[in-house]
Design a protein around this ligand. Structure first.
Ligand code: AMP
Ligand code: ZN
Length: 479
């Protein structure tokens, strides 16, 4: 197989660049993790399907991967600017629960989501509140040359580092200050390093610091934990959703520059060599917002009878830098496509022959081209349809697609894909029995009977697909 050069889109330069690990061996990757005040919505999960694809691709290219994902359990405010309340405190108060319980509950739910999506565990989960002392030490180091104290806390002066906001390209005075500006800031883009607890108020999460009792600003944790576990030399790749390109990552870069002693004469250093961003999953129905309260979780799809890997397939069917539109139809189509793939692979038997070098090269070329998963899926379709290869050889080649795309096509059982919807009034066996009866009625040309059965099933929330070539006779109705 001829291997292609891996190229990745670097948001810093807004261009495709060849990638090899900085140390020539291990790829070191940091991914901004979830704020655990609620369930992750499907959009959040797209970000981790992307990092998983990146990680699997790096491993495919022969690089051991050291991957860190953080868990934000403190500091993230209801706006990315330093205004509003701490999301965690707010959620705990709303639920009448202890904030640590809330964090533990949603952290576990998030990890379950990743497992359902066959996303590999990172080498390290790094929890923000386990690193408060590190954050204070980091802040103490950068404070003299880069920070100033005002009533509400310690702030970072963005004019003290080179090219603040280069990653975002367009820095406007609006971004940070639009909503409820903090009084006393020198520049609108200045951001909190440490937020003092307001006098007379006690937070559930607060710590003593040289700047008073309070909590770290949200951006601090990612600089501290990424440099601690992957630095201090620039590590390889920092990932996040495209929203982070505007505020969170420019602020991280500013902190990293300050920490590593960059002056305005030394631009260039950002802490990571590549900054990569996935585009959004968009929902024209407006459900995809965790903070707005209305959102679609992975569990809600599973409850509707959709296997979580169908959502993974939906994500892979678009390039990570393109917007992906979410709809019930798109999910249903992905589920049908997944079933078709699983059924086709199932027909190849259980024997493994030899992987086909031409298809491996196609897969390699697609992934090496900035993780072009839609192209990899085309190669997969072609492979499955290629009768010139023996079934055993096709099956052996699919192993490489499973390793990189994570769809479990070789080991998932057809029955696993048929999830009984939580709300279905009928048990799967009862549905099967009804469908058998309906088939007999149709065979006997008793269409009145067949229609009556179908109507009863539809009333019970089961969508009957006539003429389904896969003979996957039923699915749930997605609403
Ligand atoms: P959060 O828990 O809000 O910190 O977000 C976790 C990750 O999801 C971050 O990398 C965000 O950039 C990303 N993200 C948020 N909304 C979406 C969306 N609709 N589509 C894709 N990624 C998103
Ligand atoms: Zn982050």
């Amino acid at each position: 197989m001829t291997a292609s050069q891996l190229t990745l889109f670097n948001s810093l330069t807004r261009s495709l660049e060849p990638f090899t690990p900085g140390d020539g061996v291990t790829a070191r990757v940091y991914s901004c993790g979830p704020t655990v005040y609620n369930f992750a919505h499907l959009g959040n999960l797209r970000a981790y399907v992307f990092t998983d694809t990146l990680r699997r691709t790096l491993a495919w290219k022969g690089y051991p991967v050291r991957h860190v994902i953080n868990i934000t359990d403190v500091g993230h405010l209801t706006s990315d600017a330093d205004a509003g309340e701490d999301k965690m405190e707010l959620a705990a108060a709303g639920l009448g629960k202890d904030i640590w319980e809330v964090a533990a509950f949603y952290t576990a739910a998030f990890k379950r989501n990743l497992a359902d999506l066959n996303i590999l565990d990172p080498s390290l989960w790094s929890v923000a509140t386990d690193h408060i002392a590190d954050m204070i030490a980091f802040a103490e180091k950068i404070a003299p040359a880069h920070c100033y104290e005002i009533e509400s806390g310690l702030y970072f002066d963005v004019k003290t580092v080179p090219d603040y906001g280069l990653l975002a390209r367009a820095v406007s005075d609006e971004g940070e200050s639009r909503i409820d500006p903090v009084s006393g800031k020198r520049n609108p883009q200045d951001f909190a390093i440490w937020r003092k607890s307001p006098p007379g108020e006690q937070r559930q999460m607060e710590w003593d610091s040289p700047w008073g009792r309070g909590a770290p600003g949200w951006h601090l944790e990612c600089s501290v934990m990424s440099l601690k576990y992957l630095g201090p030399e620039p590590f390889d790749i920092h990932t996040g959703g495209i929203d982070h390109r505007e505020i969170h990552h420019p602020n991280e870069i500013a902190q990293n520059q300050a920490y590593c002693g960059c002056t305005t004469e030394q631009p260039g250093f950002t802490g990571a060599r590549f900054w990569m961003h996935n585009n959004f999953l968009v929902d024209r129905g407006g459900k995809m917002s965790k903070s707005a309260g209305g959102f679609t979780t992975l569990q809600s799809l599973i409850d509707a009878g959709v296997h979580p890997l169908a959502y993974r397939l939906l994500c892979l069917s678009a390039h990570y830098r393109s917007e992906l539109e979410f709809s019930a139809d798109a999910v249903a189509a992905a589920l049908t496509r997944l079933k078709r793939l699983v059924m086709t692979v199932g027909k190849l038997g259980v024997e493994d022959g030899d992987a086909d070098p031409a298809y491996l090269a196609c897969l390699d070329a697609a992934l090496s081209d900035d993780l072009n998963t839609p192209m990899a899926l085309v190669a997969l379709d072609e492979l499955l349809a290629d009768k010139r290869l023996s079934p055993a050889d096709r099956r052996a080649t699919i192993a490489a697609f499973d390793t990189t795309l994570g769809l479990r096509l070789r080991d998932i059982a057809r029955g696993e894909l048929r999830i009984a919807p939580a709300e279905a009034a009928l048990a799967p066996e009862a549905i099967e029995a009804q469908l058998d009866e309906r088939q007999q009625a149709r065979a006997a040309k008793d269409f009145a009977r067949s229609d009556a059965i179908r109507d009863a099933l539809i009333a019970a929330g089961v969508d009957v697909m006539d003429g389904d070539p896969l003979r996957w006779e039923w699915r749930v109705t997605l609403r």
